[in-house]
Design a protein around this ligand. Sequence first.
Ligand code: HPA
Length: 271
Amino acid sequence: MNAQSNVTVSKARFVLGSRGSTAGRPIALVLGSGFTGLSGMVKTVQRVPYTSMEGFALPPNISLQKMPEATIGTIDGASVIVYPRRLHLYHGYTAFEVTTLVRHARSCGCHTVVFVGASGAVDPSAEARLGLVSDHLNLTGENPLAGWRRSTDSFVPMEHAYDAELRDMAKKVASERGIDLLEGVYAEMRGPSLETPAEVRALRVLGATFVGMSLSLETIMARALGMRVLALTLATNPAGASGVSHRSVRAEVTSSARDLEAIVRGVVSRI
Ligand code: HPA
């Protein structure tokens, strides 16, 4: 982290510090495109532009009307840092760069990260349903830890990558609120091309429930940094379907935003 964001983060910690015992350990919420509306839940204390984060750069082929920024604040009194606009391999980022937000969250004291994103339904029964990720298949051929020089062992156990206690919490919140939540395996493809029919068949054989273009690299980094991970996904379309676009995904997300918000709120308040 550079000097500017260091100052910002310690100031935010100071402000959050007056708001309860969890303040020193905010929860990171990393949101996929289309889910940025969830930032509306946050009572803002401080904003941190992504450009102030160490290692963050816009890929040369992307121009944004508004620079993304993290929001440090509270949801129902719990300290959070919300990161809208996840970084993807298909933007041109390296696997390590894709994990910039996770590393930033850890450096700000977050020990838990909640990922929210869209996916395609590999299992036909998953279509248009909210998913709770129990495991992943990293099919990108990349690993953010490769070549990363750190003092501890680079063989990171991934057996319990998606925290069982957090998953139970999410299931409990969903059932209390009558929200349908399907637990399953998320396969990450590099993208941005969508899956061919042969790939969808292969993903079924591999045991995938959902397919998307994020999550596994970020989860690997989070686990390497000792963070607990919860991942929620909305299966916006059948995998391999025609007519899938950023716009169609967003429209589907909007219709489920309330349920997602309820689960995130419920989990954040119980951690
Ligand atoms: N495939 C990959 N990623 C996605 C999809 C899909 O069908 N839908 C939303 N994100």
